[in-house]
Design a protein around this ligand. Structure first.
Ligand SMILES: [Zn+2]
Length: 338
C-alpha cells in the first residue's frame, strides 16, 4: 500500500512567516519540546500568542493521553522526532490536522504516517501506523542552521541507510510500482555520500546542505511511504537495535549506530560498496569499530544472538548466516589499519 501523510512541505528562508496565513481564523494549539523551541520563538515571536503545552520527552500512551486535553481546530508540533511522533498520535486520536515545525534536521518523522511508541520505563514498545493529516511541514532555514550539527550528521547517515536497506530487501528494481518508486527515492538518498556535508557547509547552509536536509526530512520518509515493507529497515537497523542493548552505546546517536549496522550488512552481502561506505562513515566521524562503541570481544556472542533475534521479526530475502555474522563482528572489533 502507498501511504503519504503530508500535504505541503515548505523549506525556505522565511517559511515560518507564512504560518499565520495557514492557520487563518482557526484556533491553534502548540505542542513544543525544550531544545529548539527558543530558536523558533526568536525567529518568529508571534508563536507565543498561541496556547501551548510542553512535551514530557517520551512518546508513551500516557503522554499522548495527557496531551490530548486541548481545545483547538489545528495542532502545531515544534520539536524533534519523538515530539513529532507524539503529536501525530495526538492529532490522529483527536481528529485534528497537524502542522509540523522541525527543530532538528535529523529524522523523517514529519513525513511518515507512523509513530514509535515507548513504554513508561523508556524501552521500545511498538510502532503504530495510522491516517494522520499533516497540512504542512515548515522548514525554516533560520531555525535549521541553528540546530546541532551532530544531529544533522547522524540524520544524513540514517537517510543514506534507506538506500542500502531498501536495496538489501528489494534489489535494484521491482514490478510493484510503489516499491519501485521507493527504490528510486532511496537511490537518491544514497547519493548524499557524494556531497560536502561538513560542519562548515552546514553553518553556511550551502546548496548541498539544503538538498540533504530535504532528503533527511522528506524524501527519506517517502521511501517507506511508497515502498512499504519492500523498502523498510533491514540488517542495518537490526544491528542498531542489538547495539542499543549495551549501555556503552547510549551516548551515540541513532544514525551513528545505524551506520555501523550498514557496514555489517554490506559485508554480509559481499557488497562491492562496503569499503567505500566504511571510508565515508569514517570521514564523516561515525564509529566504525566495536571498540569505539565500547563493546569488547566477550560481548560479540551476545551481539550476534541479539541480531539474529531482531532479524527474525523482519522479512529478509534470506536468513542470516550466523557464523559469518560473528566473523564480521570480530573483524570490526578493532581498527587494524589506519
Ligand atoms: Zn533509522
Amino acid at each position: 500500500m502507498i501511504r503519504q501523510a503530508v500535504l505541503e512541505y515548505d523549506h525556505a528562508d522565511d517559511a515560518l512567516d507564512r504560518l499565520d496565513d495557514l492557520i487563518d481564523d482557526r484556533r491553534a494549539h502548540v505542542l513544543h519540546g525544550h531544545n529548539g523551541y527558543g530558536v523558533v520563538c526568536a525567529v518568529y515571536p508571534d508563536i507565543v500568542d498561541y496556547p501551548a503545552t510542553a512535551f514530557g520527552g517520551e512518546c508513551t500512551d500516557a503522554e499522548v493521553e495527557r496531551l490530548k486535553a486541548f481545545d483547538a481546530d489545528v495542532l502545531i508540533a515544534i520539536g524533534g522526532g519523538k515530539l513529532v511522533d507524539t503529536a501525530k498520535l495526538v492529532a490522529y486520536q483527536r481528529s485534528v490536522p497537524l502542522i509540523v515545525i522541525p527543530t532538528l534536521a535529523s529524522n523523517c518523522a514529519a513525513f511518515t504516517p507512523l509513530s514509535v511508541v515507548y513504554q513508561e520505563d523508556g524501552s521500545y514498545d511498538r510502532y503504530d501506523m495510522f491516517r494522520v493529516v499533516i497540512e504542512r511541514v515548515i522548514v525554516d532555514s533560520r531555525v535549521m542552521r541553528r540546530s546541532p550539527y551532530e544531529y544533522f550528521r547522524a540524520g544524513v547517515i540514517d537517510t543514506v541507510a534507506k538506500f542500502y536497506e531498501a536495496r538489501y530487501l528489494s534489489g535494484d528494481s521491482s514490478i510493484d510500482a510503489g516499491v519501485n518508486t521507493g527504490l528510486a527515492l532511496a537511490e537518491q538518498c544514497g547519493r548524499l555520500v557524494e556531497l560536502d556535508l561538513s560542519e562548515h557547509a552546514f553553518k553556511s547552509y550551502s546548496d548541498d546542505v539544503r538538498f540533504a536536509i530535504d532528503h533527511v526530512l522528506a524524501i527519506g520518509g517517502a521511501v517507506g511511504g511508497f515502498g512499504d515493507a519492500g523498502t523498510r529497515v533491514a540488517v542495518g537497523h537490526a544491528v542498531h537495535n542489538a547495539l542499543s542493548r549495551f549501555d556503552s552505546t547510549h551516548t551515540f546517536l541513532h544514525g551513528d549506530k545505524v551506520g555501523f549496522g550498514l557496514i555489517v550488512q554490506e559485508r554480509l552481502r559481499h557488497s562491492a560498496d562496503a569499503p567505500y561506505l566504511e571510508a565515508w562513515l569514517k570521514r564523516f566521524g561515525a564509529p566504525t569499530t566495536l571498540e569505539t562503541l565500547g563493546i569488547g570481544p566477550d560481548d560479540i556472542p551476545i551481539l550476534v544472538d541479539s541480531v539474529m533475534v531482531e532479524t527474525e521479526l523482519q522479512q529478509l530475502p534470506a536468513p542470516l548466516n550466523k557464523d559469518f555474522l560473528k566473523i564480521i563482528f570480530e573483524s570490526l572489533q578493532l581498527c587494524v589499519y589506519n
